[in-house]
Write a protein that binds this ligand. Structure first.
Ligand code: ZN
Length: 248
């Protein structure tokens, strides 16, 4: 068992609101975090639209997706549970159906970085999870069990992002701020890549460029977090607002 500090809870509330405002989440999708490195639990809202999440909605789950809280959990909490189980380095996870990313899950084109802000995607095409390999050809495409979550985590392996065919994507990070940045710029890159593909044959970032751009930009990501927090601040109940630069 872990406890979220007030700052961590405020940040997780802000992350929910930011991802809605940035067009990554809508009424569906979710974001979670570990309270401490190595924790074998994670924190995720109860079953609620992300734009409505407050600190009192955050629930601790174990790596089987179980919780002591009587309130209804998200159906797809197993995405988070199995990624945390497989990836001790991961401190936060976003699952979304963001609109520009979904098309790349159903064609063989491959999502690849077309701009420096998405260097974290690396020099290879982002892996695509094919659920029918694990669930047969009549599933509802949702990750509603530990075994399906483990299969998805097996496709993700050590990558920062995996696409889920006909469904959406999952992004992981070493912090809540990093995973929010990655989820936003995965959507941004997918839109830019689709635009480029309509114009001609894109030249993608090389592996070396992607790594170098990621090293430079990762130190700047906090700037995005701060301004995004500021934008969602008026929508968040006063007691649940994050503290820090430009915050209470
Ligand atoms: Zn989903």
């Amino acid at each position: 068992m872990t406890t979220l500090t007030a700052t961590q809870a405020a940040d997780l509330v802000a992350a929910n609101r930011i991802l809605v405002r940035q067009g990554v989440l809508d009424a569906f999708g979710h974001v979670s975090m570990r309270a401490a490195p190595g924790a074998d639990t994670f924190w995720l809202s109860r079953n609620l639209a992300p734009g409505s999440v407050t600190a009192s909605d955050l629930i601790e789950h174990d790596l089987d997706g179980a919780t002591d809280d009587p309130r209804k959990p998200y159906l797809e909490r197993f995405i988070h549970a199995e990624i945390y189980r497989r990836r001790p380095d991961v401190m936060a996870v976003v699952h979304s159906h963001s609109p520009s990313v979904v098309p790349f899950s159903v064609v063989g084109t491959g999502l690849r970085p077309v701009l420096h802000m998405a260097g974290f995607l690396g020099g290879q095409a982002t892996p695509v999870f094919e659920i029918s390999d694990a669930a047969g050809d009549a599933s509802d495409l949702l990750i509603t069990s530990s075994s399906l979550g483990a299969a998805l985590a097996g496709t993700l392996r050590d990558a920062p992002v995996a696409l889920m065919r006909g469904h959406g994507s999952v992004a992981v990070g070493g912090s809540l701020q990093e995973v929010v940045y990655r989820a936003v710029y995965t959507e941004f890159n997918a839109h830019a890549q689709a635009t480029a593909l309509a114009l001609g044959k894109p030249r993608y970032l090389s592996a070396g460029e992607a790594a170098a751009a990621n090293a430079t930009i990762s130190g700047q990501a906090v700037r995005a977090w701060d301004v995004w927090c500021e934008q969602v601040r008026p929508d968040i109940p006063a007691g649940d607002r994050a503290s820090g630069p430009g915050r209470e």
